[in-house]
Every structure is written in structure tokens, then in C-alpha cells.
Design a protein around this ligand. Structure first.
Ligand code: 4AD
Ligand code: MG
Length: 433
């Protein structure tokens, strides 16, 4: 049986002179003077295949000619030579060629509009950029799981169909669930809080849904959420955990995905430099810093993309903003015992203006306080009866966080738009393809 080499392995001085077989898709094609230059692409890289009419069988020549339309799939066998003019410095001089599927005219060209590229996203994901981003994302997810394992956390599987809002009603998707109203989960948090009473340290990686009614560079209607929750953990310990986790992931990606990062225009050493301690600022200090930079903000205002950008534009490491006013944060956050106006919480902001990647807090573990907060928010306590039970039966101090995978990947890969961190972005007015 023929052994096919990944293209990445063919691009190696040690392979020069060897005859190898590859299979992939035609990425670029050029013809001329009894020659075909077909650049092949596979999941690992690209290489130019030179097919010379008088060096291959008639059948092989015909099959190569049939594959001059890009995205044709084919098999090439040939001898590896070094060639400075070829895209990656090596060329495969074909001795045989087999077409797998001669493609139709591929509907993607250089000057396509963004909307068109989204309409044919199922084809656009073959681009080298999106391939590189998807690899980085896979490594990020692997890093999350490794880190949790190292910390003794159990992976768990909370529901996606839920009965109440974790993050407020305005971004909640509802649907008809056997004649009753149910929702798509915005966060697994409340369920993770229940599960800590059996497993103590738990995490989940799930899709989360937000009915974001505006188009921005950092919001998706469906995104992947990494959430952790730990019994007996306080806010200080939570901050240390987040810092260590983000650093761990960054180091892993810098080490294992350096090639992809460079391809995307991100220096791996920028990401490798991310290590504890991160910058830290209390909300009060952030308000002051923003005013100094000329922003019009009042104590009690929440931060949006603009404020986060100003706070982090010059930074190389992430910034924790802690102790927000509790009335602008979710009902479940624990009140600061030193200042009842504040919550024991933090947002972790990525540097270089990329903005929030984690939302985290110590949780309100007192039943009365929780009920008061729910009522103050105008939320129906009935939907939260089960959650309130958690404060009635062996309540303990505990903390947790949620990290947006696409937000993290956008920063690590230095991407303009969050939609390129997910193969099939779901944004307002788009659920196709
Ligand atoms: O800050 P958020 O809303 O916090 C929660 O959902 C908590 N219940 C999490 C927890 O403590 N378990 O969301 C957490 C993170 C944000 O920091 C952001 O990274 C990401 O989720 N996120 C989004 N990512 C992409 N598109 C959206 N529309 C997002 N909304 C939040
Ligand atoms: Mg948040």
C-alpha cells in the first residue's frame, strides 16, 4: 500500500532526492511549455508539484491537466528537489499523477466581498489563515483540559437547554420546549455551582448562546465557553487560578503552534511573555485611569469595548479589573464585605486593546442576600428555586469563571474579527451555512 507523506514532512532537506507520494488539493495552478505547476495543499502545508509532459505517462499527464482548476483533489508521486523559486523552497518533480476529483470552477477569488465569503464559508474554511486559526484553537482547548487536569478538576456536562437566565434576560434565546418556554444556555455556571457539591472542582466546555442584537468585532450569538467552579475558593485564589491558566495556555500555544502564529502575523514570543503576575486595577482606579485619558465615564458605568481598549492598548500582559459596583454585575456575585456597593469579581482583559476574555467572581453563598439581589434585578425567584436550594443545604464559599474561547483565540492570533476564530460563525442575521 502506498504511504502518503504529510506535505510538512516533504519540506525537509533530508527528503531531497527521495521519491514520495502526497495527496491533497490544488491550491494554485500554472501551465506553460509542456509543464504544469500545481501547488498542492494538505492540512500541514503547501508544496509545488511540477508535472512535465515527457516525464510522465500519457494517462498521468491527462489526469494532471484535468486538475488545473483549484481545489481539485489529487495524488502526486515524485522526486523531492530543492528549488528556491518554489513557494516553500522545495518542489516535487512528478513521476506519476492521479486525479481524485477534478473540481468545478471554485467560487472564491481574490476580490470577494466579506459577505460572499461568509455565504460560502463551507468552502472558505479551506484557506490557510482559517486552517492556522483552527489549529491554534484546538491547541487552546487541549491546553484548557490539561490545565484543569493538573489542578484536579473534573470535566462535566451541564445542560444546554435551561429554564432561567444566568446573565440577564436581554440576550436570552427562547424557544418552544414541548409547549413551554425554555432557553439556550448563556453560561453553565449555575449548574456547575450545583455540581461542586459532589465533585468540588469542576469545569465544562460548552457552547453558550447570546442573542446579541448588534454586530461587533467580538460578539457571537453562539460561542464556546470554558467555565470552572471550585468549592472553598475565594476571590484572591480565583484571580491566581485565572492568571496561571491563561499563562499555561499561552506558553503551550507559543511552543506548539509557533509556525501558525507567525503565519498569522503574531510573534510567538509576545504570547510566551504572558506570565504571572498580570496587571491589576480596581474598578475605582480604572474609572480614574479612563478619565485621565479623556474618557467621559461616571462611577457606576459599565465598560464597553472602547473603555477596555483604552485601558489595555499599551499593555503586553492581561489586566484584571476587580471590584466592580455590584449593581452593574450579575445577581450571583458575592458582595464585598469591605464595601457593600461592590462585588468580589473580576474581568480579565486581554492586552493590546483586545478586551474582556474572562468574567469571574466569588459567588454569593448567603440565601437571603441572593434573594434580595434577584428581586432587585426584577428576576423571577421561582425559576431559581433549585439554585437557592444550594444555599440551604451545606452552602460553602466558592468561586468560578467563564472564558470565551473565541475571545482568547482572537487575541492570541491577533485577529481583527471574532468570526474568524470559529468555522461557522453565528451572528445577527446569519445561521447559514
Ligand atoms: O462575562 P460573562 O457574561 O460571564 C458569564 O457568563 C459567567 N456566568 C461565567 C462564569 O462565571 N462561569 O461571559 C464570560 C465570557 C466573557 O468574558 C467573554 O470572554 C465570553 O464569555 N463572551 C462572549 N464571547 C463571544 N461572544 C459573545 N457574545 C460573548 N459573551 C460573552
Ligand atoms: Mg462579562
Amino acid at each position: 500500500m502506498t504511504e502518503y507523506l504529510p506535505i510538512e514532512e516533504v519540506l525537509d532537506k533530508k527528503k531531497v532526492g527521495a521519491e514520495v507520494s502526497i495527496r491533497g488539493w490544488v491550491y494554485r495552478a500554472r501551465t506553460g511549455g509542456g509543464m504544469l505547476f500545481l501547488v498542492f495543499r494538505d492540512s500541514t502545508g503547501i508544496i509545488q508539484v511540477a508535472v512535465k509532459k515527457d516525464r510522465v505517462s500519457e494517462k498521468a499527464w491527462k489526469e494532471a491537466e484535468a486538475c488545473t482548476r483549484i481545489e481539485s483533489s489529487a495524488i502526486a508521486k515524485g522526486v523531492v528537489v530543492e528549488d528556491k523559486r518554489a513557494p516553500e523552497g522545495f518542489e516535487l518533480q512528478a513521476t506519476d499523477f492521479t486525479a481524485i476529483n477534478a473540481a468545478e470552477v471554485f467560487p472564491i477569488a481574490k476580490d470577494n466581498s466579506e459577505e460572499w465569503l461568509l455565504d460560502i464559508r463551507h468552502l472558505a474554511i479551506r484557506s490557510r489563515e482559517l486552517t492556522a486559526v483552527m489549529k491554534v484553537k484546538a491547541t487552546v482547548l487541549e491546553g484548557c483540559r490539561e490545565f484543569f487536569k493538573k489542578k484536579g478538576y473534573w470535566e462535566t456536562t451541564p445542560p444546554i437547554i435551561v429554564s432561567g437566565a444566568c446573565e440577564g434576560g436581554s440576550t436570552l434565546f427562547s424557544f418552544n420546549y414541548f409547549g413551554k418556554k425554555a432557553f439556550l444556555s448563556q453560561s453553565a455556571q449555575l449548574y456547575l455551582e450545583a455540581i461542586i457539591f459532589s465533585l468540588e472542582k469542576v469545569y465544562a466546555i460548552t457552547p453558550s448562546f447570546r442573542a446579541e442584537k448588534s454586530r461587533t468585532l467580538r460578539h457571537l450569538a453562539e460561542y464556546w465557553h470554558v467555565e470552572g467552579e471550585e468549592a472553598h475558593m475565594n476571590h484572591e485564589q480565583l484571580v491566581a487560578f485565572e492568571e496561571e491558566m491563561v499563562s499555561f495556555i499561552c506558553h503551550k500555544v507559543a511552543k506548539e503552534r509557533a509556525k501558525e502564529l507567525k503565519f498569522l502575523g503574531r510573534e510567538p514570543k509576545d504570547i510566551e511573555a504572558v506570565k504571572p503576575p498580570f496587571h491589576r486595577m480596581r474598578y475605582d482606579e480604572a474609572i480614574e485611569a479612563l478619565r485621565k485619558k479623556g474618557m467621559q465615564v461616571e462611577w457606576g458605568d459599565d465598560f464597553g469595548a472602547d473603555e477596555e481598549k483604552v485601558l489595555t492598548a499599551e499593555l503586553k500582559k492581561p489586566l484584571f479589573v476587580t471590584h466592580f459596583p455590584k449593581h452593574i454585575k450579575a445577581f450571583y456575585m458575592k458582595q464585598d464585605p469591605d464595601d457593600e456597593r461592590l462585588a468580589l469579581c473580576n474581568d480579565l482583559l486581554a492586552p493590546e486593546g483586545f478586551g474582556e476574555i474572562i468574567g469571574a467572581s466569588q459567588r454569593e453563598d448567603n440565601n437571603e442576600a441572593l434573594i434580595t439581589r434577584l428581586r432587585a434585578n426584577g428576576q423571577d425567584t421561582k425559576a431559581f428555586e433549585w439554585y437557592l436550594d444550594l444555599r440551604r443545604f451545606g452552602s460553602v464559599p466558592h468561586s468560578g469563571f467563564g472564558m470565551g474561547v473565541e475571545r482568547l483565540v482572537r487575541w492570541i492570533c491577533k485577529l481583527e474579527h471574532i468570526r474568524d476564530t470559529i468555522p461557522f460563525p453565528r451572528v445577527i442575521n446569519r445561521a447559514y451555512p
